[in-house]
Design a protein. Structure first.
Length: 245
């Protein structure tokens, strides 16, 4: 019997009669698993190096919840025309104010409005030369999900989102992170545990599961008042290509 599978009932919190574990019914995605899009506005100075533009200094980085809000803020920032730059020694304090003339601001704004990205992760990007430097204005989009914390028996259990996916498991003691074993396989969620290939781990419905849906989940099994929890870390080997929005 593997050390990573079927550990003692007290360690993984399993209680009740010794009955065969049954596959849990397939559940619809829980509302707490939903991904959302995060939009970022990046404004940077670039410097010419070997006939190409290289990053020089950051001017602005802000995060927004919608594409429209991000683009509106980008246009307002460009219209103000103020892009501070740190010149000279890298240890110098403060940044020199750089204000674009009105015709240059209008040209940059027009170029930004016409710019196109891939429409998925890169919404717009423009590189606008100004002498030996250039301004880079970029809007990106990242699909992210918040961390979910639930009991094993809960419909919100993030392990449910990993069912049927190739997953790797690491079983360890929290701090000093003593790894007790590893396993890989297709995850099958059971009523009272998880099967990964030929390995079976049983859990009580009350144990805590924390993770990011469709990416990873950790089951924390108490081991007594003065002992660190026993952790089962499940990580997807091939993240979902198109998670729910």
């Amino acid at each position: 019997m593997s050390a990573i599978t079927r550990p003692s009932g007290r360690e993984d919190g399993f209680t009740g009669r010794d009955e065969p574990a049954r596959p849990a019914p397939v559940a619809a995605p829980h509302s707490s698993w939903r991904f959302h899009d995060r939009y970022d506005l990046w404004v940077d100075w670039l410097q010419r190096e070997h006939h190409a533009w290289a990053p020089y200094q950051n001017v602005l980085h802000r995060t927004f919840r919608s594409r429209e809000e991000t683009l509106l803020h980008a246009e307002r920032f460009i219209s103000r025309g103020e892009f501070p730059m740190q010149r000279g020694a890298k240890g110098m304090a403060g940044a020199a104010p750089v204000t674009l003339l009105r015709n240059r601001r209008e040209a940059l704004l027009a170029a930004f409005r016409e710019a196109e990205g891939d429409g998925v992760t890169l919404i717009r990007e423009v590189q606008f030369p100004i002498g030996e430097y250039a301004l880079s204005v970029k809007v990106t989009c990242e699909r992210i999900a918040g961390e979910v914390r639930a009991t094993f028996a809960s419909a919100a259990n993030p392990l449910r989102s990993l069912g049927g996916r190739p997953v790797k498991l690491t079983r360890l003691i929290e701090h000093p992170y003593d790894v007790l074993g590893r396993a890989e396989g297709t995850l099958e969620l059971l009523d009272r545990g998880v099967r990964l290939g030929g390995d079976l781990s049983e859990f009580a419905g009350s144990v805590t599961v924390t993770g990011v849906p469709y990416l990873h989940a950790t089951v924390a099994v108490p081991r007594g008042l003065l002992k660190k929890p026993l952790l089962y870390r499940y990580e997807v080997m091939e993240p979902a290509a198109d998670p729910p929005v």
